[in-house]
Design a protein around this ligand. Structure first.
Ligand SMILES: C[S@@+](CC[C@H](N)C(=O)[O-])C[C@H]1O[C@@H](n2cnc3c(N)ncnc32)[C@H](O)[C@@H]1O
Length: 359
């Protein structure tokens, strides 16, 4: 092998950089856990020097040089930026470097309504990473999922038994649902007009159902999720929480919303869930619909970052659930198999699409 060819250099550089690509993820998680974005944002100048950041984060002064290295990693990855500012102690105009937020790190702020802190903490939770780390073992054993190989339980049983994992998972779901709710009650309001009842199946702690119940006071919204998820959640005038199993009989309803549900299940289970939904809608009478919010893989062919993300999300579905993200053809097949008469796809926002399904 000729070590001097461009091809060889590129190949070995690619392996090195991929083997270290976890460093950006780990640094991002560390930034969330330390609260770096909030420390910067809470400061009057909206920028902090290394010594100020060391103090604000209560970091041991002896570790300050290492904090500088973490910040370099985070700046290099585009999470933060470096700004020049006048030194407080210097009257001759000398400047010092201070760290400031970028549009990316604004999404790590605790009080930012669109924050994605839960997504970062869930995807990089040790329980999730352990499942990725046993993927090779899983390919050679009989376990249903790599998550099962890692934890000897399926994802939902593990989450039910681990309060901390349950909490960060629910936070992650709520993170995404804030954005989706906003779009549903504005740009996609027409989907809900005329409906009298809706079940948000697997609706977690109800972020979307709450937004719909508020925007449509005459729509009776029900969040139907596993009993431990909805226990102790307070119902209001047109919003109620019901604990149960989506594979069992569902309450009759005009419409059923399935957001990020079907990608957690294999085709056979999806058909069971969809058939269950159809029964619940038909029992209510008057048409009705299922509204699926999920990924339609490769629908943004020209946007490499989104395609990369969808491929990685698909791997996460393999690892946790032996399930999948689906292409338009795969969605069509599922919907037909479940006995629905038709559907329409609306590309919603980045990697999210809405699929309106008619009984
Ligand atoms: C990926 S999360 C989606 C949550 C929510 N729809 C959202 O997008 O924010 C899947 C949800 O399905 C729920 N779930 C899993 N198995 C279930 C079952 N057998 N019956 C009812 N809900 C279930 C989980 O508790 C979880 O809240």
């Amino acid at each position: 092998m000729d070590l001097q060819t461009a091809e060889f250099r590129e190949a070995q550089a690619k392996i090195w950089s991929q083997a270290f690509s976890f460093a950006n993820c780990a640094a991002l998680k560390c930034a969330v856990k330390l609260g770096i974005a909030d420390a910067i944002d809470n400061h009057d100048k909206k920028a902090l020097t290394l010594s100020e950041l060391t103090e604000e984060l209560s970091i041991k002064p002896s570790k300050s040089p290492f904090l500088q290295r973490l910040m370099r990693q985070l700046v290099n990855a585009g999470f933060f930026t470096e700004a020049k500012q006048l030194r407080d102690d210097n009257k001759d105009g000398r400047t010092t470097t201070a760290y400031a937020l970028t549009p990316v790190s604004r999404l790590l702020l605790k009080n930012e309504q669109w924050n994605l802190r839960g997504i970062v903490l869930t995807m990089l939770d040790p329980a999730e990473l352990k499942a990725w780390s046993v993927l090779n073992d899983w390919f050679k054993n009989d376990d249903p999922t790599a998550f099962q190989t890692a934890h000897e339980k399926n994802y939902w049983d593990y989450t039910a038994e681990n309060t901390q994992h349950c909490q960060i998972f629910e936070d992650a779901m709520a993170n995404d649902s804030v954005l989706v709710s906003k779009l549903l009650v504005t740009e996609y309001k027409f989907l809900f007009e005329g409906l009298t009842s809706l079940i948000d199946l697997g609706g977690s702690t109800g972020t979307i159902a709450k937004a719909l119940a508020k925007s449509f006071p005459n729509l009776k919204c029900t969040v139907f999720d596993l009993p431990h998820v909805v226990a102790n959640l307070e119902s209001t005038k047109n919003l109620e929480f019901v604990g149960g199993d989506m594979f069992e009989k569902l309450p009759p309803s005009n419409a059923i919303l399935l957001k990020w549900i079907l990608h957690d299940w294999n085709d056979e289970d999806c058909v069971k869930i969809l058939k269950n939904c159809k029964k619940a809608i038909q029992e209510k009478g008057n048409g009705g619909k299922v509204i699926i919010i999920d990924t339609v893989v490769y629908s943004q062919k020209n946007e490499k970052e989104l395609v990369d993300l969808q491929i990685s999300m698909d791997m996460a579905m393999v690892i946790n659930f032996a399930a999948k993200e689906r292409t338009e053809e795969e969605w069509e097949h599922l919907i037909r198999e479940a006995g629905f008469s038709g559907h329409k796809i609306f590309p919603m926002y980045d990697f999210r699409s809405i699929i309106e399904v008619y009984p």
